[in-house]
Ligand binder design. Structure first.
Ligand SMILES: [Zn+2]
Length: 53
């Protein structure tokens, strides 16, 4: 079972999580469901600048 680190949604079916994405931020692995992955693409790009500094 995987849990979305953004909205807390859980999915027990591994096949359903194929569309989920993972990213490593500061050594911690973040998992995003398909919905959050799409929405995060924009915010993650904008967040890079503030996190970088
Ligand atoms: Zn989510």
């Amino acid at each position: 079972m995987r849990t979305c680190d953004f909205c807390g949604r859980t999915e027990e079916d591994d096949a359903a999580t194929l569309a989920w994405s993972t990213s490593v931020e500061r050594g911690r692995r973040q998992t995003y469901c398909d919905t959050c992955s799409r929405e995060n693409l924009r915010s993650m790009e904008g967040k890079l600048d503030s996190d970088f500094w």
